[in-house]
Design a binder for this molecule. Structure first.
Ligand SMILES: *[C@@H]1O[C@H](CO)[C@@H](O)[C@H](O)[C@H]1NC(C)=O
Ligand SMILES: *[C@@H]1O[C@H](CO)[C@@H](O)[C@H](O)[C@H]1NC(C)=O
Ligand SMILES: *[C@@H]1O[C@H](CO)[C@@H](O)[C@H](O)[C@H]1NC(C)=O
Ligand SMILES: *[C@@H]1O[C@H](CO)[C@@H](O)[C@H](O)[C@H]1NC(C)=O
Length: 393
């Protein structure tokens, strides 16, 4: 870096030296001395500040380092730590993996819930008739659920306590992914909560997720106190503030990305240690809102959609999103949600900047959402009545 700056400075000096007319023109030997000393300065510079970054790699060494760095984000211009190199070679090769075509590719529906699932009957109707194309996993963190649907019986995985806002939420997500990855037919992994409901029929959801090669992970840059304000310098050098991102935890991801989450311990432990409630100066950080958005922004920004396929309404700007009661659940409400085809992110700084982006699916603008939250259990009957009507498309 230093060397290249010195180089540009050198050229500038030379031009200045040739321009002035009133001074006697430089004689030839003088020129050679200037050139030779510039070249020596450059070489000394390169020796004192050995090539570290990615630019320097291209300038000073042979192809060896190019093949490793060419897939790194171009912003990365520092020397990687040993752990980062180890982590990134694994990630690179997983991203390049292709899986043998399986006859019945399935979607794993992973439910993260404290106990019983109030919308099991609705999900039962959603799944019915598509038995060979999905698997269900339930992580019940507080009490053993009572099931009413055959698709949920014996689908519980080993679970542990989940404390809101702590890394135990991410741990539960990883536990669900690990169990769902055991089935090689699972090609896409959807995280859902007990208050989520489907917005479309099964075929629509299946094709939407399977006919694209990206993961739907919510991700945006929030310079405000509830975004980058939660960043801690202890995450350096691996996680820089400029890469810190935010997003809703309700992801859906392809198999490569699920494997990468399993393989990652470096970035995970940074968030486990330095992104938690009650950090220094009374700041709070929530790993479930920052780990995956930041991680995927850093390692595969083109591979994520930057929005979640699970709709939630934050327009009331309170601590918790709008929750729908039975009386709110109408055909009109559901049609409103299913017709949204752009995402909206609002920053938490004074400017309250609203970022609106079209939902591009394989380059086409399409409705963004397949699922929605949060619904009160009392909404079940209305949803059941409307289901076959609003999910016709
Ligand atoms: C995803 O598919 C598109 C075309 O369908 C292709 O251009 C792109 O390279 C693929 N991306 C990955 C990460 O496989
Ligand atoms: C998601 O955002 C990143 C930049 O943050 C961008 O590079 C990427 O193309 C976006 N993904 C899609 C599918 O547009
Ligand atoms: C549906 O959207 C329209 C237009 O934005 C709005 O006027 C109406 O109040 C919405 N209805 C419901 C039930 O959300
Ligand atoms: C669905 O319900 C809406 C509102 O009640 C109604 O206008 C529409 O005709 C229904 N569609 C079908 C196909 O039943």
């Amino acid at each position: 870096m230093k060397a290249s700056k010195a180089w540009r400075l050198g050229i500038g000096d030379l031009q200045i030296m040739t321009v002035p007319r009133h001074r006697p023109p430089l004689k030839r030997p003088m020129w050679i001395i200037v050139l030779v000393s510039l070249v020596s300065l450059l070489l000394i510079g390169a020796y004192v500040y050995p090539p570290r970054g990615f630019v320097a790699c291209y300038m000073f060494s042979s192809n060896g380092c190019k093949s490793f760095v060419e897939w790194l984000p171009p912003s990365l211009s520092r020397e990687l730590t040993d752990d980062e190199i180890a982590s990134r070679v694994v990630i690179r090769d997983i991203l390049r993996m292709t899986f043998p075509e399986t006859k019945n590719a399935k979607i794993a529906f992973m439910f993260l819930t404290p106990g019983s699932l109030p919308f099991e009957r609705l999900w039962d109707r959603f799944f019915s008739g598509h038995e060979d194309r999905f698997t269900v996993y339930v992580h019940a963190s507080r009490e053993k659920p009572v099931h009413v649907s055959r698709y949920f019986i014996n689908r519980g995985i080993h679970s542990d306590k989940v404390v809101w806002g702590t890394v135990s939420m991410v741990d539960a997500e990883r536990r669900l992914l690990a169990n769902a990855l055991k089935d090689p037919d699972n090609q896409h992994f959807v995280l859902l909560s007990d208050s989520c409901v489907p917005l479309h029929n099964f075929d629509y959801v299946y094709n939407y997720l399977m006919d694209t090669n990206i993961s739907f992970i919510d991700c945006f840059e929030d310079p405000g106190p509830h975004g980058s304000g939660r960043y801690s310098k202890h995450m350096l050098p691996e996680v820089e503030k400029k890469d810190f991102r935010k997003g809703a935890q309700w992801f859906s991801m392809k198999r490569q990305h699920a494997l990468i989450v399993m393989a990652d311990s470096l970035y995970y432990s940074k968030f486990k240690l330095y992104c938690k409630p009650g950090m220094e100066e009374g700041r709070n950080c929530y790993a479930d809102e920052h780990y995956l958005p930041t991680f995927f922004y850093m390692i595969d920004p083109q591979g994520i959609a930057n929005w979640s396929v699970t709709h939630v309404d934050w327009s009331e700007a309170k601590w918790h999103p709008k929750s729908y009661r039975a009386r709110d659940v109408t055909y009109e409400l559901l049609k409103n949600i299913t017709s949204i085809d752009e995402t909206l992110h609002v920053t938490s700084d004074r400017r309250r900047e609203v970022q609106i982006r079209p939902c591009l699916w394989n380059g086409m603008q399409r409705p963004c959402y397949l699922f929605a939250r949060k619904f009160y259990p009392e909404a079940l009957d209305n949803l059941m009545q409307l289901f076959s009507n609003y999910t016709l498309t």
